[in-house]
Design a protein around this ligand. Sequence first.
Ligand code: NAD
Length: 311
Amino acid sequence: MTTRARIVITEFMDERAVAQLAAMHDVLYDPLLVDDAPRLIKEAASADVLIVRNRTQVRNDLLSALGQCRVVGRLGVGLDNIDVSGCEAKGIQVIPATGANALSVAEYVIASTMLLLRGAYTATQAVASGQWPRAALSNGRETAGKTLGIIGFGSIGQTVARMAHGLGMKVIAFDAMLTADAAVFRQTGIAFSSLDTLISQADVVTLHVPLVETTRGLFNAARIAAMKKGAVLINTSRGHIVDLQAVATALRSGHLGGAAIDVFDTEPLPADVSLQNCPNLLLSPHISGVTFEANERVSFMIADKVLESLN
Ligand SMILES: NC(=O)c1ccc[n+]([C@@H]2O[C@H](COP(=O)([O-])OP(=O)(O)OC[C@H]3O[C@@H](n4cnc5c(N)ncnc54)[C@H](O)[C@@H]3O)[C@@H](O)[C@H]2O)c1
């Protein structure tokens, strides 16, 4: 029989998955704990398991406070909020929910691609108020036949590729850890491309890389300038990878045809006048991977893996 462990959950988790954990262990579930640093540190001291989403920074003071923790469960992927080597040094296993929100992110990317290429979905106010901006909205672009460049060909990148392929897009991909002869390119039928070629050829570029030193600042002003005129840029990966001011400048000049940005250097994004009224810019508050279904899958995956690790 397993002894009861103390599980501290610092951000939102599907309540049925929480109940699954609570049936066997002592659970503190407080989705607001992440915002109360002194209490978080106090509760962490006696935690055998810590479950976090992306806002809890498991490093420095919090990591030091984890006196008896064996497992950190991450309700999502992307481990940039966790000092993974620091955890390893303390014998703490880090468990991400690999793949569990890939579908939600991929659908967000495909929807943004179609919305931004077509550019026809901002006329509600005008049409409802009796205007008829038909001529202005008659130059939208079709998605089929366009080239989608995927940077980072892991779980999400491959899911996006499958969907885009189904829409008749030409898909090319770059991944720093893969070479052109990697099996995944044969299996998916997607063409490998160098980063520079991808950037110069794609009508839509979408980023699916982790935030690490080699991706920090990857999409700077120079790389944005190297994109095709009128191309669309989508970032659902992490802040600090795309230079948002350079995106705004390129949208205003017409060099970029559209952008969808879900992740930011600082979250919540501080009010920024340069982003307000920027043409063809879709901003969302880090939700591309968070849907009803993904939350359920992510939560149950982490609950199952935590229970397994405690057995
Ligand atoms: N906005 C959201 O809600 C949300 C949700 C899920 C994931 N994400 C982000 O998306 C990222 C990707 O998720 P995933 O599940 O596909 O991860 P993954 O680990 O399956 O794939 C990431 C891929 O990026 C590649 N890569 C690493 N460094 C690279 C570089 N310098 N250049 C090109 N490729 C590089 C890796 O080889 C890997 O194939 C996560 O790290 C996370 O930051 C965001």
